[in-house]
Design a protein around this ligand. Structure first.
Ligand code: AHM
Ligand code: MG
Length: 320
């Protein structure tokens, strides 16, 4: 039988020097993810699909399920006793939870990535970057502005044909699948590494005309070499490419001159997962994990996936 998430985390992190308390943070994520996936699967029948009528801090339309997911995860992460502060795509300001010595972790999250796909039964997910708080570090607005390279762990979930949770720590990427009959996650995909053979490229081809000539040439090269797969939910596109071998690009476009995706809770966590799995992630100018963050909801271009294909693509973009 597959090992449970609780067994895995007790054996790997509990009482360990670097990761003590991480088991509570990941359990909080797992609890929130279970509630979110159940809500999503019932949403159409419960009239919970649609917009709240508001726009978020990004100026994007807020879905009812965006708000539900953010509120649920703020609740489960606040209650786990180990999280000092939370940044959420759906909340303008940092959520400050506590600053006792037990509050050792800082979490940045996209509570429901790809939510525009919700009403058409397509995979969505949640993304989390996890940093450590120094013992005496004050908890305020700027505490969360740490470089991606300082993350100690990153997690994402996919609510798809099954519910999966991928957990990365230094040198380790583990995939868990929710067993719906028991309500527990089990380790189904141990020690994930991106396959060396690249099969797919994923990008919004509709943006092609709004790209600079270097990026257009880079995409033409990818078209000639690989099959196109694009879900339009970053987390689902990334997950497929991680397991099957692929590259995802959301470059700078005319419409999004700073990039569309968010540095702190989309690019950084997935870049951490990619690197631990042998892959790479770049903004086109620098390694994602080395970007010095200026603000919570900062955007970036993102090129992520198989290392050699990412490097080749970044070189082609910069050749012009
Ligand atoms: P969001 O759903 O958290 O707002 O994330 C943005 C989404 C990503 O999941 C996805 O990769 C991208 O936007 C798709 O953008 P586009 O429709 O421009 O291709
Ligand atoms: Mg998102």
């Amino acid at each position: 039988m597959f090992q449970t998430l609780a067994e895995y985390s007790a054996a790997s992190w509990k009482g360990s020097e670097g990761y003590d308390g991480l088991e509570a943070v990941v359990a909080g994520i797992a609890d929130g993810a279970q509630r979110i996936q159940a809500k999503i699967r019932a949403a159409m029948l419960a009239h919970a699909v649609g917009t709240t009528g508001e726009t978020n801090v990004q100026g994007e339309v807020v879905q009812i399920l965006d708000t539900f997911s953010s509120d649920t995860l703020v609740e489960t992460l606040s209650q786990c006793g180990r999280v000092a502060a939370i940044g959420s795509e759906e909340i303008e300001e940092t959520v400050i939870v506590g600053d006792s010595p037990a509050h050792r972790y800082l979490v940045q999250m996209d509570p429901l990535d790809g939510s525009s796909n919700i009403d058409v039964a397509i995979s969505v997910g949640s993304i989390f970057g996890i940093w450590k708080r120094q013992a005496d570090e004050k908890v305020n607005e700027s505490t969360l502005l740490k470089k991606g390279v300082e993350q100690v762990a990153a997690v994402y979930t996919v609510y798809g044909s099954c519910t999966m949770m991928v957990v990365a720590t230094r040198g380790s990427v583990q995939g868990f699948t929710l067993d719906p009959s028991e309500g527990i996650f089990r380790l189904t995909n141990p020690n994930i590494q991106i396959p060396p053979k690249n099969s797919y490229y994923s990008t919004n081809e509709g943006n092609f005309k709004g790209l600079d000539s270097g990026t257009q040439k880079a995409i033409e090269e990818l078209r000639n070499a690989y099959s196109l797969r694009y879900v339009g939910s970053l987390v689902a596109d990334f997950h497929r490419n991680l397991l099957k071998g692929g590259i995802f690009l959301y470059p700078i476009t005319k419409k999004s001159p700073e990039g569309k995706l968010r540095l702190m809770y989309e690019a950084n966590p997935l870049a951490f997962v990619a690197e631990q799995a042998g892959g790479a992630a770049s903004s086109g100018k620098e390694r994602i994990l080395d970007i010095e963050p200026q603000k919570l909801h900062q955007r970036t271009a993102l090129i992520i996936g198989n290392k050699d294909v990412v490097e080749r693509t970044v070189a082609a973009i910069n050749k012009g």
